[in-house]
Design a protein around this ligand. Structure first.
Ligand code: ZN
Length: 385
């Protein structure tokens, strides 16, 4: 199964890792089933299960109904064995999420806090993070760290925020965000983080595009792992480009000479498809826009124009990538009822597709970026299992 150059130690780790993922995703599975599903010998399964149980990551949980012969013992993951906290930093808010090895949003909170690049802000950020950690009432020995997400470009080595129009910073060391937090921290672009959250829960992990429609338009590109026997953290399968600027779909030109974008150029996708285009019509409140949409003709017309622009952007991404497309961000969280309408508009533009079922909305409607940022730490831990 594994390539010839892989050492025995590595094969052992890959086997154990595969087994852990199977138990994690399955929730309840027997030793013989693991052996059958992964094509691993029963003695190897027995040994690895013992190790996982010793490490407190897996437990026995009753038996399965017998189909003749001895009843198989069920194994289940101990999700709470490790946990992490995600923090999404935006221009005006800080979102916090508690997650564990289940990858679910267990607790979340969002509060107003205007970003300023100064010590007062970073101290307050640390206070919020540490208070949230304490409120979790979980043992710090099981805490993996804080995963921060920002609407900005983070260098590949994680050391530098090279650019964030949204936060108004450039060339800022990542350490500045972590300075007052005495725990491991990572920094991830918000759309990349949201994509990680989607992929953590997707056993197929096919190549996919994430189009994030929040107050700024961003995106992420996930490429299907080549070797499915070795489960790599989703972050390692993101296509980042030469300057970690891939997925900046917000600055593809949609309308030549059109509305000026915050980036200074004219006619960017962001000027037509950001959530602000809609929320600006209802006093900055996107939920009010969607609540009022059915009763308001002017809002209906604006929505129709929005969908026309979005359809062009989506179709361009489809033509470029020929892959499933996830619509996320604030608008993606409200778009379910309008997906078929969007699909119809996209099909009209596409010379190949007979349907647009490849478009779907995001799984996580709240705090997807904070969750994904935390899952980077969770996945890094799982890789060491
Ligand atoms: Zn732009």
């Amino acid at each position: 199964m594994a390539g010839k150059r892989v050492s025995n130690m590595e094969v052992k780790r890959i086997n154990r890792n595969q087994m852990y993922w199977l138990i994690n995703r399955q929730g309840r599975v027997s030793r013989p089933e693991i052996a059958a599903r992964l094509g691993i010998s029963v003695p190897t399964v027995l040994q690895n299960v013992s190790e996982l149980m010793e490490r407190g990551l897996v437990a026995e949980a009753g038996t399965f109904d017998s189909t003749g012969g001895r009843k198989a013992i069920a194994l289940m993951p101990i999700y709470e064995a490790r946990f992490a906290i995600g923090i999404d930093i935006t221009q005006n808010h800080i979102g916090l999420v508690l997650t564990d090895l289940s990858g679910d949003v267990l607790v979340h909170r969002r509060q107003k806090k205007v970003f300023t690049d100064n010590e007062i802000y970073y101290r307050e950020l640390a206070d919020l993070a540490l208070a949230f950690l304490e409120e979790s009432k979980r043992p710090t020995s099981q805490f993996l760290g804080f995963g921060l997400s920002i609407p900005g470009i983070v260098s590949l080595d994680n050391r530098m925020v090279t650019h964030s129009h949204a936060l108004g910073i450039a060339g800022v060391p990542s350490q500045r965000f972590f300075e007052f937090i005495p725990h491991p921290c990572t920094l991830t672009n918000d759309a990349n983080a949201a994509m990680i959250a989607e992929m953590y829960h997707d056993p197929e992990q096919r190549t996919s595009i994430y189009l994030s429609l929040s107050n700024y338009v961003g995106g992420a590109i996930f490429t299907q792992p080549k070797h499915d026997f070795d489960h790599k953290p989703a972050f390692e399968n993101l296509f980042l480009g030469d300057h970690c600027r891939s997925g900046e779909f917000g600055h593809m030109t949609l309308v030549p000479g059109g509305t000026t974008c915050y980036c200074g150029k004219d006619g960017c996708v962001d000027s037509y498809c950001s959530a602000r285009v809609l929320s600006n019509l209802t006093d900055g409140k996107l939920e009010v826009f969607f609540e009022s949409l059915a009763q308001s003709e002017p809002l209906g017309r604006s929505w129709s124009q929005y969908l026309d622009h979005l359809a062009i952007a989506v179709n361009s991404l489809r033509m470029a990538f020929d892959s499933p497309l996830i619509i996320g961000g604030y608008v993606g969280s409200c778009i379910d009822a309008y997906l078929d309408d969007l699909r119809r508009r996209v099909i009209k533009l596409n010379p190949f597709d007979l349907d647009a079922d490849y478009i779907r909305s995001c799984q996580f409607k709240v705090e997807a970026s904070a969750l994904g940022a935390a899952l980077r730490l969770i996945e890094a831990f799982i890789q060491t299992i």
